[in-house]
Design a protein around this ligand. Structure first.
Ligand SMILES: Nc1nc2c(c(=O)[nH]1)N[C@H]1C(S)=C(S)[C@@H](COP(=O)(O)O)O[C@H]1N2
Ligand SMILES: [Mo]
Length: 507
């Protein structure tokens, strides 16, 4: 009888401690989030990255391909649960140890939680806030449910708890205010000057069709491996040019900007984009030709390739001749590069799949032998030139007329022609195409010659016809600048990008 009662009491005590430890974990995360937000300093962020790193390649592929940001939320959710557990374990140990030694638990909890946070993010503000949150919960629980007997111990532990929590909060607030302030939307440059003129021109050249984006995308797609994107740090950012070069270089943002700058209209398409998907977008990018940076370091004769490395651990390798013609972009549509598109700088590689357009770039490593990039290790053959595609994104009716429209993209080969069939591919007609977007424009050109032709941007197409009054199949296909017609044979995106002709049944 006595044994059973004691066992039950011990069990209840353990269960209470476990619940309290879990609560302390939740409080730790909440406090860290309050200080850090959805940035890499949030204590759950490194757990999320570790999950993505450890996940089997196929899972990462399927997740990013088919679930997109839902997969990232799922990763974040499991990372949150795991992070709570990471805090709960040392808190539980601290509670049990304190109980055993009849010591106040709060200092032990604070120390344990601080160690966890520090190990995870090494960012004092966020780690201290998390520890404060955990400690406060433990202190509060003692306050509300004093242990029977031992009034003295309770008073001492409440005092110790309140003091540790107050101290930690104050410390967290102090350091937190010092190590935040690196995020933010950044300065808002007015879209005037050359960029403004170029954007106006692109808008004017766009087809005004319901359901069709203008030539500069209003919503640019986002694909990356992160549940939490790197925080922009424009002051602390540097780019290293290393490897097979005569002299390695390190540039900060001001250093990069001291090279000649230019604007380019560039289209990006993710290799995972379905045949008629929407992971295809265009922006006006501003930056420095990669050639300038490579020439400045002096690429050696035997160099073949460049590995582009980024702050989120992502890296891709590109042939030298492809990246030489690329742009280190620091601006997008007249504004500083936004966080989700790689702030403060990303690389754009003409005509290649989206994945080699490395965001948050920190290093260009010139190599003499090819290496496999992040996605190649996971089975994609994505570093090659893009496939030609014509999308069908808008169908509108006006009385007896039907209009179909979309965009077509063929990388650096350019789009020469888009044809439509309204009878399932038996007969074909030419469509109207938007004028090609302007070519590369030096940033210091005060009246940019807006002629020329962008080497790597999509074109819009539209076609109107009399409704046949019966169900019919519309098919669309593009021809590139080398006179090659878009491949007809259907293939899913994995592993080399989708192929085939987009078709749609209209009734
Ligand atoms: N650092 C980094 N760069 C990255 C990625 C990434 O996960 N990390 N994803 C790549 C992929 S797969 C694509 S399709 C493009 C998408 O660029 P966007 O998000 O600006 O549209 O970024 C590429 N650059
Ligand atoms: Mo991609």
């Amino acid at each position: 009888m006595g044994v059973v009662a004691r066992a039950a009491r011990a069990c209840r005590a353990r269960a209470t401690s476990l619940g309290l430890a879990g609560l302390a974990g939740v409080a730790a995360l909440a406090s860290s989030y309050a200080v850090a937000g959805r940035t890499p300093r949030f204590v759950a962020a490194p757990v999320a990255s570790a999950f993505v790193d450890a996940a089997p390649a196929a899972l990462v592929r399927v997740g990013i391909e088919s679930l997109g940001s839902a997969a990232q939320s799922l990763v974040l959710l499991s990372a949150l649960a795991a992070a709570v557990a990471l805090y709960a374990v040392p808190v539980l140990c601290a509670l049990l140890a304190a109980d055993h030694a009849r010591l106040p638990a709060e200092p032990l909890v604070a120390a344990g939680a601080l160690a966890v946070g520090w190990g995870l993010v090494g960012a004092p503000g966020s780690a201290v806030a998390a520890a404060a949150g955990a400690t406060l919960i433990v202190a509060a629980s003692r306050l509300r449910a004093p242990k029977p007997g031992g009034v003295d111990t309770d008073r001492r532990s409440v005092l110790a708890g309140a003091l540790s929590a107050a101290g930690l909060s104050f410390g967290g607030w102090l350091v937190g205010s010092a190590d935040s302030g690196t995020g933010g939307p950044g300065e808002r440059a007015a879209s005037t000057g050359t960029e403004g003129r170029l954007l106006d021109r692109a808008l004017a050249a766009s087809f005004d069709v319901d359901g069709l984006e203008p030539l500069v995308s209003t919503e640019f797609y986002e694909v990356d491996i992160n549940a939490v994107n790197p925080t922009p740090n424009r002051e602390g950012w540097t780019l290293d040019v290393t490897g097979a070069v005569e002299s390695e270089r390190t540039h900060d943002l001001a250093g990069v900007r001291s090279f000649p700058t230019e604007h380019r209209f560039v289209t990006l398409r993710c290799v995972s984009d379905p045949l008629n998907g929407t992971k295809l977008d265009t922006a006006l990018w501003t930056g420095v030709p990669v050639r300038e940076l490579l020439d400045d370091a002096g690429v050696t004769e035997d160099a073949c390739c460049v590995v582009l490395r980024a702050k989120d651990g992502f890296y891709m390798e590109v042939p030298l001749e492809a990246v030489e013609d690329g742009l280190l972009a620091v601006g997008m549509n007249g504004l500083p590069l936004p966080r989700e598109h790689g702030a403060p700088a990303r690389v754009l590689v003409p005509g290649h799949w989206g994945e080699v357009n490395v965001k948050w770039v920190t290093e260009l490593e010139v190599t003499e032998t090819p290496v496999e990039g992040y996605w190649e290790k996971r089975g994609w053959h994505g570093t090659g030139p893009v496939n030609t595609v014509a999308k069908l994104h808008a169908v509108t009716r006006d009385g007896g007329r039907i209009e179909v429209a979309g965009h077509a993209y063929a990388g650096t080969r350019g789009v020469e022609r888009v044809e439509v069939s309204t009878d399932g591919g038996r007969t074909w007609a030419d469509t109207d195409l938007t004028d090609p977007l302007p070519a590369r424009v030096p940033a210091d050109a005060d009246d940019p010659a807006l002629g020329g032709r962008a080497a790597d941007a999509w074109r819009g197409w539209r076609f109107a016809y009399d409704a046949p009054g019966t169900e019919h199949e519309v098919v669309v296909r593009a021809t590139d600048g080398t006179n090659a017609v878009q491949s007809r044979e259907y293939h899913e995106p994995y592993p080399r990008g989708a192929t085939g002709w987009v078709s749609r049944t209209i009734d």
